[in-house]
Design a protein around this ligand. Structure first.
Ligand code: FUB
Length: 304
């Protein structure tokens, strides 16, 4: 079992560590990964769980890590906290996604009850500031949902034509265009038709060989499933389960990215012994491979 070092980054400096297999971070509990590749660096943005037998989510800030070789990592000082969104102070720092446009970095985050906010920074490691002073999206924008946590789990994808899209939701997957300023919705909010397949949360869109891939958590405990389409708005054809329930966590949440010629599947589990649980989760990384027809091989979860 990986050793739990419990050695947090100091607020004023960067903490260097080496990953020794999965989970890749053993000094903090991390969840809901999002990744951004910029030049020779992969930036990993994470939710931050606490240790110690929580019976519910306790998530008050987000974390950022960087690597150039997937082995040696740097944890930067905490770049964003739930308290940075004045309108969401009592919320939870749920899943987010960072994307770059015109030299600015936009971090779309779930605040759980209060909606989805967006923070902006000049550098990938922040510091990030609330860009709007209000939510970008709220439960009212989740027109087909009635539960209070429908407006979570944003994922942004910038298409080859430069159009940015945001996907999000719990139980229903919503999507919309973003204006070029990245902080306003452009036009109608729509819903993905899963054709009877069940969507729980955690959408992530990527493109490979002219196909759009929508990966997402399905069921509960969650597995990661995927669907493929020829157009960003679909229709999406269900392709199956990408990975099975991740050890000892009811949720999973994936990010998929190419980096230095290989594709990676980044996700979380509750596998740190003896404290890992659904509320004390840990980010893992495994290789992702395509079949010749563009479908994705099932992810083999490794510990190395
Ligand atoms: O981490 C809190 C929530 O659990 C996320 O927003 C979901 O995707 C699930 O991982």
């Amino acid at each position: 079992a990986p050793e739990v070092l419990l050695q947090p980054a100091t607020p004023s400096d960067r903490y260097h560590f080496q990953s020794k297999g999965n989970p890749i971070i053993t000094h903090s509990y991390t969840a809901d990964p999002a990744v951004l590749v910029k030049g020779d660096t992969l930036w990993l943005y994470a939710g931050h769980d606490f240790a110690g037998g929580q019976k519910n989510y306790k998530m008050k800030d987000w974390l950022v890590y960087a690597t150039t070789d997937m082995k040696n990592w740097v944890e930067c000082p905490t770049p964003l906290k739930i308290g940075d969104f004045a309108w969401a102070k009592s919320g939870d720092a749920f899943a987010g996604h960072v994307t770059e446009r015109n030299g600015k970095y936009y971090w779309y985050v779930s605040t759980n009850w209060s909606g989805i906010g967006v923070a902006v920074a000049d550098r990938p490691e922040g510091p990030f500031k609330d860009a709007l002073g209000k939510p970008l999206l709220t439960n009212k924008d989740c027109f087909a949902s009635t539960h209070s946590w429908a407006c979570i789990d944003p994922a942004v994808f910038i298409n080859d034509d430069g159009q940015a899209w945001i996907f999000w939701g719990n139980r229903e997957c919503y999507y919309a265009k973003l204006k070029p300023n990245m902080v306003e919705i452009d036009g109608l909010i729509k819903k993905i038709d899963f054709n009877g397949f069940s969507f729980t949360e955690a959408p992530w869109v990527h493109k490979y060989n002219n196909k759009y891939y929508l990966t997402y958590a399905t069921g509960f405990p969650e597995k990661i499933a995927y669907a493929m389409a020829d157009q960003i708005e679909g229709p999406y054809e269900y392709k199956g389960i990408l990975n099975e329930i991740a050890g000892n966590s009811n949720t999973n949440h994936q990010a998929i990215v190419p980096f230095k010629g290989k594709w990676y599947f980044v996700y979380h589990n509750g596998a740190i012994e003896t404290e890992g649980t659904s509320f004390s989760r840990s980010i893992c990384i495994d290789k992702l491979e395509y079949n010749t027809d563009g479908t994705i091989k099932k992810i083999v979860m490794t510990t190395e």
